[in-house]
Design a protein around this ligand. Structure first.
Ligand SMILES: Nc1ncnc2c1ncn2[C@@H]1O[C@H](COP(=O)(O)OP(=O)(O)OP(=O)(O)O)[C@@H](O)[C@H]1O
Ligand SMILES: [Mg+2]
Length: 304
């Protein structure tokens, strides 16, 4: 549905994006993850045709954005980082105005607005002034706006930003619902959200894609192993530490067993198994599951 290849964007001397490539497939919610300044918004603005890439190519449903930007944009609904709502307008009024801007024929506007409001659960506030709505509801108005022209792809830039936990949960539920029939690309830096709604994740850092995969796959790093053994703790630990490629070993006693958490620079499972068998008794050796949070911190070199 979306294919970005080799996207680059420079703002003067600042390279905001370098060689960003990824795909959003039909019917998936793709998470765009990255710390502040990683390039999430820049990428989304390029995908939606608001910003021109310095290099690279974007295809939306097979349409090259550079060749037919109008047709490509017609297939995308965009919720920008800060939704530019007119606070003094009523919801229905605002959406009718937006529908007109998007070229929805006059006769259909009313029905489209009602449809979009129903999709995001705001039929009950259609007559209210936007500025008097809660932030969660304002966010839904933004989502309704993005849905007015019935796009096949939704691009949502931090849709839960600034919402309280209840509103956040509601909006995520809505995103999951919308994602059933559409392709959704969603950016956030809140990791549990990603695990909740995204089938796949692209992690951006400093303008580059540094990892991609299913949240569960990313959270299962081959480079952290949990070794359960019996024997003399000090000997087991020393034996594993001596292996070339092992970067750290943390040991703890668990009943009769000794459990080693081993970080390594590459797959050294066999060497570990051999060393443990020589120093004691190997009971189990498996990749440790890291939280997505920890994977993210490691990959982006920040935090824990
Ligand atoms: N219009 C602009 N002019 C100059 N630099 C820009 C502009 N827009 C973005 N940048 C720079 O590009 C980089 C990426 O910014 P971007 O807004 O895409 O990050 P982000 O991942 O969306 O971050 P956040 O999580 O804070 O929203 C940053 O270094 C930013 O300062
Ligand atoms: Mg941003």
């Amino acid at each position: 549905m979306i294919r970005a290849s080799g996207l680059g964007k420079s703002f003067g001397a600042v390279a905001a994006l370098e060689g960003v490539s990824f795909e959003a497939r039909p019917g998936e919610v793709l998470g765009f993850l990255g710390p502040n300044g990683a390039g999430k918004t820049t990428t989304m603005r390029i995908l939606t045709g608001f910003l021109e890439a310095t290099c690279g190519k974007v295809e939306v449903c097979g349409i090259d954005l550079a060749v037919d930007s109008k047709a490509a944009r017609a297939r995308i609904g965009y919720l920008p980082e800060s939704v530019p709502l007119y606070g003094e307008m009523r919801v229905a009024e605002y959406l009718a105005y937006r529908a007109a801007l998007k070229g929805v024929p006059r006769r259909e506007r009313r029905a489209r607005c009602e449809e979009a409001c129903a999709q995001v659960g705001i039929r009950d506030v259609e007559r209210r002034i936007i500025g008097q709505l809660s932030k969660g509801y304002r966010q839904r108005v933004g989502l309704a706006d993005a849905l007015l022209h019935r796009p096949e792809v939704l691009i949502l830039d931090e849709p839960t930003d600034g919402l309280d936990p209840n509103q956040r949960r509601e909006v995520l539920k809505l995103v999951a619902e919308l994602g059933k029939e559409r392709t959704v690309v969603l950016s956030t830096h809140i990791l549990p959200e990603v695990e909740q709604v995204c089938g796949r994740v692209v992690i951006l850092d400093r303008g580059r894609v540094i990892a991609e995969g299913k949240p569960a796959e990313l959270a299962r790093s081959e480079l952290v192993l949990r070794v359960t053994a019996r024997g003399l703790a000090a000997e087991l630990e020393a034996a594993v530490k001596a292996i070339d490629g092992v970067t750290s070993v943390r040991g703890e006693t668990a009943g009769d067993d000794f459990v080693l958490t081993v970080e390594c620079a590459r797959d050294v499972r066999e060497a570990i198994a051999r060393a443990v068998v020589q120093a004691g008794q190997l009971r189990e050796l498996r990749p440790a599951s890291l939280g997505l949070e920890e994977v993210f911190a490691r990959l982006t070199g920040r935090g824990a």
